[in-house]
Unconditional design. Sequence first.
Length: 435
Amino acid sequence: MNDIFFPAGFLWGTATSSHQVEGGNQNNDWWEWEQSPRHIRDGLPAAAACGWWEGKAEQDLTYAAELGQNAHRLSLEWSRLEPMPGVYDKAAFARYRKLLELMHKLKLTAMVTVYHFTLPLWATKMGGWTNPALVGQFRQFTHECAKQLGDLVPLWCTINEPAVLAYLAYAGTVWPPGHGSIPQGFCALRQLLLAHAAAYHALHQVCGKAQVGLVLNMPWLEPARPASILDTAVTKAQDWLLTGVILHALKSGWLMPPLTFFPCHTPSVYRSFDFLGLNYYGRYAVRFDLKAVSLMFGNHVQEPSVRTESSDWGQIAPRGIYHQLLRLSRLDVPLYVTENGVYDNTDTVRPKYLLDHIAAVHRAMSAGADVRGYFHWSLLDNFEWAQGWSTPFGLIQLNPQTQERKLKASGELYSRICKANGIINNSLDKLSIFQ
Ligand code: FCB
């Protein structure tokens, strides 16, 4: 690989989310869901997670800065900040202020996600995202976050992966509330888009200068048999439901079927983004199959599917991140890779994954994508939703029982990349993974 340099000021960071790292919270829907062990693959709940809430965040963020990172993406836990509707918790806001102040001191640019998958229990009781009233509640909550924390946050993400949440939790049954109703999935996605737009405007009302974006999970979907009309049609259908329908709404302000019965123009959604965040993990080959009803008749059949032992984040395919960045660049705003990573119990796959994906981001930039930063998922192993603790994504290994941490070889590699602001071969030579 030739040496690769990134522009000055490029953000190198890692991403985390509140529930996955904080621990010790019993006031959200995920806590309730984890009480039933069959909901979690290894039966292990988040429990203390990475201990961030009770103090370990400081040590991990300081270490991230020492490793050469200059940014971090974290999320706010709605159930802590607004434990009852309209009641804000001062101490919880103070805790996030303390973290954001530390990040400022450490020169870690803060990217803050207002909502990353977890709902306060009171919001779940209202029916979660299928209740239109939650959009207004979310707008008010975001407004409060902007007022209390906005001076410390240059980059805001409103909502993380609305389509993933809508389909796994409302159309599907694997995340809470597990409704298993396709119409409810579309309804939830519509509300999430409206909530995003409401939050976008609330943030701008309070923090004029903030940059606000939406984060999308965009796997690279390709027909399993490129010449097959049916494979191509189901691939397009899946892509529309995951990504196309959202990008269309953001670009044009039109909510389209199946989010609504008839197309519906919604001015608040129109161009409600200053940047876009791409979460990219892998590629899927889609094959027409009449039996795959819940997947819109398209089965995922990628071979070899190296990451399917316990869950499926797709086949490793760096060209997918390249294509998705170029696709997003047509919306003419700055882009961030807000998540990219791979679960890997032995840290043998991750080093090459990291190099290949960062090189592909650079290629996309050379081809015109205005990418301003890269956030690896994740800083350290953490609670991975329905997979529990079985799919470690961290650059730092964590033993959740003892809370011991240990830098992985890929963590050392990423540190060299961050410090060099690129992939500089002679700075990598002495790494044990390349011996
Ligand atoms: C993403 C989620 C993140 C984490 C990674 C592995 O889709 O945003 O919370 O679970 O997958």
